[in-house]
Write a protein that binds this ligand. Structure first.
Ligand SMILES: [Zn+2]
Length: 557
């Protein structure tokens, strides 16, 4: 599998051929080249006796390599290998990789625009990111960052706060200036969190109702690991990027629990080469203590649907009750339109021209096809007859065009619809339109729609919920609301396990498991597990100082 001829592989450096070298983590390569770069290596000294010019060349190359590697290490990417293919990188890793090439480019006068560069980063990695941004700034560049992470916002020289609310309730520049000035802007929601130095208010920590015991787990950098996960409480799993926390929770725990409960896991996303997928690592390990669990739910960021035919109303079940309301109106009953008639996916009431798509494809010769609004229904998806039926003066297309918040007021008297809309509002999605196609939703929005769907069906208990970084893309005020929703799941007798970097979530958890201490080969162990206070007191945990700051209301700056 080395791709090269034996002749090429016979050339080695420090005992490695080029393929072996490509399989080493960047951190290890840096150590390898360092002694050549600073001229202290014995091999280099021997070379310089016979061929001084060769020794100088080797040292120059090593210096350059070390410089390039150092930037990648600074950005917390030391666990990656050179041969790691870019499609398997997370968006955050890819963004930092691109940033690294810029830091080395020595360009100046460039404007860099970054969208949430801290997404998926442990606070320790965020500090490294800020150092890289500082270097870009110091070389004479301008950096614009869209960001929710408070440490990044505090680091900025200039803040632009947009709001005050979302969607219709936002869209205004509330403040633009040095960060201190934001203190005086009363309507800013960011202000409340940015200048908050109160100790975190923590309710009573819940006691575990039982334990899931994982034994002898091996996968990626986890080597024969034992872990215990408490039931009936909110648990945060922390660790720097590449520590193995996602492997332990989103892969190992999910697979073992699903197997134990006899659930079929939906197949993983079709990614990469089918042959490579065959060789995907298998989980080794055993699990016990599953008896109290009935159900496993992964609340992930995968799309809620792949076509514009699914949207938040159809996914949450809201559209079922809306269609029933329309079918119950006098004019619908007079025409014998049932609830199915008001579906744009199957019913007779949909527009016959576009079959409820709302748009038609126009094929162009030699050019990519274009989509344009359906000329018959003007994009409403319904036949004119269907739109004549009105519920409280709105037709069904007008209802689909409402935002969650507008619909919340509109359906105030309809218990079922109101309950679903209320949880959607509580998870911070009040600004979405009911008919917004699934294909237009971000991963974070899809995840919160799934969470809302679970919440409004709440009452089951005995379910294990696994969430991987649910706060990605959330403003601190939305994080507070999200935590409240997770606590509702726990209070109803369920178990919630989140893989999380956000200290607001970690600080209010009942239990914290810190994986690490480092990334890759230096990670994969449980550094400390316990209440947030216990983990905060750990000397070895890289997460501890940040939990401490959050619990005490102090900031690292
Ligand atoms: Zn149409």
């Amino acid at each position: 599998g080395k791709r090269l001829r034996p002749e090429s592989l016979s050339v080695t450096f420090a005992g490695y051929d080029i393929a072996d070298m490509a399989r080493q983590p960047l951190g290890k390569l840096h150590t390898l080249f360092a002694s050549y770069a600073d001229g202290t290596d014995k091999e280099l000294a021997r070379l310089s006796k016979g061929h001084l010019e060769k020794a100088i060349v080797a040292q120059r190359i090593a210096e350059d390599l070390c410089g390039r590697l150092q930037v990648l290490l600074d950005l917390g990417l030391g666990y990656l290998t050179l041969e790691r293919s870019t499609p398997t990188l997370s968006p955050g890793e890819l963004q930092r990789l691109r940033l690294a090439t810029q830091v080395r480019s020595n360009l100046f006068g460039v404007v860099y625009v970054l969208d949430e560069p801290s997404a998926g980063l442990h606070p320790a990695d965020t500090e490294a990111l800020l150092r890289a941004l500082d270097r870009l700034k110091a070389s004479g560049n301008s950096i614009f960052v869209v960001e929710h992470e408070l440490e990044v916002i505090r680091h900025a020289d200039w803040i632009v706060d947009v709001g005050p609310g979302a969607g219709e309730g936002g869209g205004q520049v509330l403040y633009s200036g040095p960060s201190e000035g934001l203190k005086k802007v009363a309507e800013s929601k960011t202000r409340i969190f940015l200048f908050d130095d109160e100790p975190l208010s923590v309710g009573r920590r819940r006691e575990p109702a039982g334990w899931l015991k994982l034994k002898g787990v091996s996968r990626n950098n986890l080597k024969n690991l034992d872990a215990e996960i408490p039931l009936g409480v909110l648990t945060s799993v922390t660790g720097i990027s590449g520590s193995g926390k996602s492997t332990l929770i989103s892969q190992v725990l999910v697979e073992l629990v699903a197997e134990g409960l006899g659930h079929d896991l939906p197949p993983e996303e079709e990614e990469g080469d089918p042959l490579q997928r065959e060789n995907a690592p298998r989980t080794q390990g055993r699990i016990s203590g599953l008896e109290p669990l009935r159900r496993l739910v992964r609340v992930d960021q995968k799309p809620i649907g792949r076509t514009p035919r699914s949207n938040l109303a159809t996914y949450t079940g809201l559209f079922d009750s809306v269609r029933k309301l329309f079918a119950a109106t006098k004019s619908a009953r007079a025409r014998k339109y049932d609830a199915g008639y008001f579906s744009f996916n199957t019913g007779k009431g949909r527009c016959p021209n576009c079959e409820g798509e709302g748009f038609v494809m126009v094929e162009l010769l030699f050019l990519p096809s274009v989509y344009s609004p359906c000329p018959v229904c003007s994009g409403t998806r319904y036949a004119a007859k269907t739109l004549e039926v009105r519920y409280r003066d709105k037709n069904i297309a007008e209802v689909l065009a409402m935002t969650v918040d507008e619909a919340l007021a509109f359906f105030e008297e309809e218990a079922t619809a109101h309950r679903i809309l209320n949880v959607l509002n509580e998870v911070g999605l009040g600004y979405l339109r009911l008919g917004q196609p699934a294909t237009e939703l971000s991963g974070g929005e899809a995840q919160r729609i799934k969470l809302a769907t679970e919440l409004h069906r709440l009452s089951r208990g005995n379910t294990l919920y696994v969430l991987d970084e649910p706060t990605t893309g959330l403003h601190p005020s939305d994080v507070t609301r999200l935590v409240r929703q997770l606590e509702r799941l726990v209070d109803a007798g369920n178990t919630v396990v989140v893989v999380e970097h956000d200290m607001q979530v970690v600080g209010v958890s009942d239990w914290v498991i810190d994986i690490g201490p480092g990334a890759g080969d230096e990670g994969g162990n449980i550094v400390v597990a316990g209440t947030p206070e216990t983990v905060a007191a750990s000397k070895r945990s890289k997460t501890a100082p940040y939990i401490r700051n959050t619990l005490n209301g102090t900031h690292s700056k």
